[in-house]
Each structure stands twice: as C-alpha cells, then as structure tokens.
Design a protein around this ligand. Sequence first.
Ligand SMILES: [Zn+2]
Length: 127
Amino acid sequence: MSNYSEYITSSEWRSKHKDFLRRSHHRCSMFPWVKCGRGSRYNCHHMNYRNLGNEKLWRDVIVLSPFAHSFIIHGVLSGFRRPKQQKQYPNTPQKIAHLWCCTPVLIRAFMTSLMLSFLLALFLSNE
Ligand SMILES: [Zn+2]
C-alpha cells in the first residue's frame, strides 16, 4: 500500500471515475436516492486493495456519497479508523455493508419491505 497515496491522487485513477459514476447511474451505492457526480460530491471507494490500478466496479470499487463513505463505512463501522489503522480491512461489518451496496436495488427494496413487514407484524402482535 506504499503507492496508494500516490495512485489515489493520480490522473490515472481520476480518469476512471467517470465510468464508475456512469455505471452506478450517478447514485450512491448505499443510498440510491442520493445523487453522486455531475456537481454532487462523491467518493470512489475501494472495498479492497487487491487490484490497485486495475479496479473493477462492484468487485473492488463502489461509488458512495460522502455521508455513506466517511460516516458509515469509514466511520461507525470501523470506529472512525482509516483502513491503514484497522487490524483488518475490511472488517466484518464493512464486508456486510459492501455486500449490501453490491446487491441490486430491486432485491434490496424487496428485502427491506420484507424486514419492515416483519417488524410491523411483531409490533401489532404485541398490542
Ligand atoms: Zn473508502
């Protein structure tokens, strides 16, 4: 990871963003209702560093809104530690979040509605 900071500020890396953004439909992978790019701030987030320089979207990289990136992935889920400072990156909560981000939106919407109806049933049965 010694070349990481050099790479992440390079035009080579920057030039890949456009394609990542387009294929993410200019949406945050965690919160699809948040716009990314075209004037909105965003982060191209590395889920791992195995293919540095040869990243593929959904395998190594996802597009995230700054909130999902800084506050959720590198915040709450890692105790606000950078990957370098983590014993293991990604840790288990981050792996689960990555998986969630890479799951198609329709499947996530279905799973969310399933969870909500389960909670609603639970709530109503306690009345
Ligand atoms: Zn990141």
